[in-house]
Design a protein around this ligand. Structure first.
Ligand SMILES: [Mg+2]
Length: 405
């Protein structure tokens, strides 16, 4: 079964998605997600110029060899663009193998370790009151875990808060250039401790609470935040600090028992090897699209299991339903599963392009039993929503200094 053709599509149903379709000589095809938010066309060029020509005529069954060929076989290893290209091909080949076998991908990984996948929802608001009202809404819809983000008083905008936009799609679609936002650590500290104090008294102790720092704190500031939040028993604190220097998390770990999660920007196991083997984190948040696909996530999860670190894949709206489906199969199989981030696929144009077969009920997601990944892609619908340049914001301190994203 030879790889005969590989097509790349960029569609923008509010946000840009790079979708790869691998077609074999038998007529079976598979889908992969290669979206790198704000750098979408770089992955398209990587695929079209440097990856696809090397794969035509290869045996589509040899997923591992093709992964190694694309990773080891080039002089320039790692990096988000390279790894997203590898990831999309890898997902598509797993999709093909499942379709040929007549089995959903989780069966090829080892079968079910659980009936459903626990999700956490996003609750955000312009005030603590609004955030907690949103959280209560999620809880009444059956969610057992909610991430809380609230606008920081005194700052014009706060990342992760929608303001007057109806969803993350509308928010991102309004940014043809990166907007510049202001950050203040002292103002944030005043807000965040109050947010969780009120959350616990209003939501009780049975709801799992999470929070994303978006890497805005230094390691010792994160350590202090973790300590201050200990009474409110978070499931985890996400991206507490930048970890290009992985040892930074040792500082945080030494000072707090608040569980720590990181990994959505990581591209390989090498980016989190020290964090995992030193047990400086509790959850690894890699995404199939950004860390090399199903083959690579399976390997990271197995490594993490040795050190009691659980898989909690990234689930932001810049990952297409194809990536989410890959996570669903991994999460259904993986023994050391933590939780899955979920923002929903309610956007109508997105649903016109991608039809998925997983279901969501009472804060749980249930994997598709369709052969392969269980996602369909409508090429004609995708053409109706062409690529539009759009960016995430950048962050500056109040004195104008560039700060961590
Ligand atoms: Mg995050």
């Amino acid at each position: 079964m030879k790889i005969e053709k590989i097509d790349v599509f960029v569609s923008c149903p509010g946000r840009n998605f790079v979708t790869v379709k691998v077609t074999t000589s038998d007529g079976v095809y598979g889908l992969g997600d290669a979206t790198v938010n704000g750098r979408e066309q770089a992955v398209v060029a990587m695929l079209q110029e440097h990856v696809i020509p090397c794969l035509i005529g290869r045996d589509a069954h040899n997923i591992e060899d093709i992964w190694q060929y694309l990773y080891r076989g080039v002089y320039w290893r790692r990096g988000p663009i390279n790894m997203a290209a590898i990831a999309a091909i890898d997902m598509a080949l797993w999709d093909i193998k499942g379709k040929v076998a007549g089995l959903p991908v989780y069966q090829l990984l080892g079968g079910k370790s659980r009936q459903g996948v626990t999700l956490y929802a996003h609750a955000n608001g312009e005030s603590i009151e609004q955030t907690l009202a949103n959280a209560e809404q999620h809880v009444s819809n059956g969610f057992k875990a909610v991430r809380l983000q609230s606008a920081v008083p005194g700052l014009e905008v706060t990342y992760g808060v929608l303001g007057d936009k109806k969803d993350y799609f509308e928010l991102q679609g309004s940014r043809p250039l990166p907007p510049e936002e202001t950050w203040s650590t002292p103002k944030y500290f005043d807000l965040v401790v109050e947010l969780f104090e009120q959350a616990r008294s209003r939501l009780g102790n049975q709801v799992q609470l999470l929070h994303d720092v978006h890497s805005r704190l230094t390691p010792i500031e994160s350590a202090r935040l973790g300590k201050l939040l200990e009474p409110y028993n978070l499931l985890f604190l996400e991206d507490a600090s930048i970890a290009e220097n992985q040892t930074a998390y040792k500082t945080i770990r030494q000072h707090t028992t608040t569980p720590l999660a990181i990994g959505e920007t990581y591209n390989t196991l090498w980016d989190c090897k020290d964090l995992i083997q030193n047990q400086w984190i509790d959850y690894i948040r890699v995404a199939a699209t950004h860390a090399g696909g199903i083959t690579a996530l399976k390997r990271i999860a197995d490594f993490a299991s040795v050190f009691n670190v659980q898989l909690a894949p990234h689930g932001a709206p810049d990952l297409s339903p194809v990536c989410f489906a890959a996570h669903m199969h991994l999460n259904t199989w993986v023994p050391n599963f933590g939780i899955q981030e979920f923002v929903g696929f309610g956007n109508e144009s997105l649903r016109e392009i991608f039809q998925h077969e997983f279901t969501v009920q009472n804060g749980m997601a249930y994997v598709s039993e369709a052969p392969g990944l269980g996602v369909e892609f409508d090429e004609q619908a995708a053409l109706k929503y062409p690529y539009k340049r759009s960016y995430l914001p950048v962050s500056r301190l109040e004195d104008g200094s560039m700060w961590h994203w």
